[in-house]
Design a protein around this ligand. Structure first.
Ligand code: FMN
Length: 201
């Protein structure tokens, strides 16, 4: 696969299984992340590579975040016994669901910002961290792994940030789920660029 073939054919892989990248492959993926365009050479990013028991730790954090969210909902304490029982059952179901989320892949790389106090605006530093995520997805793809960039509410949740030791003034840019594709996936049709491009000549 040439670089251009890879760029124009990249797509996400939602269903992932073992093996996850390790050794030289993981090094290459992380090194690709470090090559992101970086105004001021600030390296305003942090990668947390999560595998094995780490996935269980992340699952516990997601569960805790969901419990805290539910405990902040005073409306759940009102209503009849029957209504409260229904809410409790819904919460139990939700907790079971969120607990499984990190196990959708054998590896997750959490990409977060490490903002630097600098004349380069935070907005640019955030974009740079996003480029890291993209570069790592591309690198994974080039090495025949699959990856999917996810955020969801947990990327913006203070309990999750705290659990991942990300300070309040930094951001989670994404959870990059990485593994091996479970099956050969059909290439999605290309998105025509004509309506998104203007030419000034
Ligand atoms: C910042 C960001 C956050 C995303 N979060 C989610 C998410 O939480 N759940 C999801 O299904 N897709 C999410 N996506 C989209 C997928 O990564 C993917 O790009 C999309 O499903 C389209 O598939 P494709 O990459 O094969 O074109 C996110 C993408 C970005 C850039």
């Amino acid at each position: 696969m040439t670089a251009i073939e890879m760029l124009v054919n990249r797509q996400s892989t939602p269903l992932l299984c073992h093996p996850a990248p390790k050794g030289d492959d993981l090094d290459a993926i992380l090194a690709a992340g470090m090559r992101a365009p970086d105004h001021g050479a600030l390296k305003p990013w942090q990668f947390t590579v999560i595998t094995c028991q780490g996935l269980q730790r992340l699952s516990d954090i997601f569960v805790e975040a969901t419990q805290v969210e539910a405990s902040n909902r005073t409306d759940l304490l009102q209503g009849t016994n029957e209504e409260q029982a229904t809410e409790a059952a819904k919460l139990k179901f939700k907790l079971e669901k969120v607990a499984k989320k990190p196990f959708r892949a054998p590896m997750i790389i959490v990409i977060s910002t490490r903002f630097v106090d600098h004349k380069v605006p935070k907005q640019e530093q955030l974009v740079t961290a996003g480029c890291c995520a993209h570069a790592m997805q591309m690198a994974a793809y080039a090495l025949n792994y699959g990856a999917m960039w996810r955020t969801g509410g947990f990327a913006y949740n203070e309990v999750v940030k705290k659990g991942l030791e990300i300070s309040e003034d930094n951001e989670i840019v994404g959870f990059l789920y990485i593994g091996s594709p479970t099956k050969e996936t059909m290439l999605k049709p290309a998105k025509p660029y004509t309506e998104h491009v203007e030419y000034w000549t």
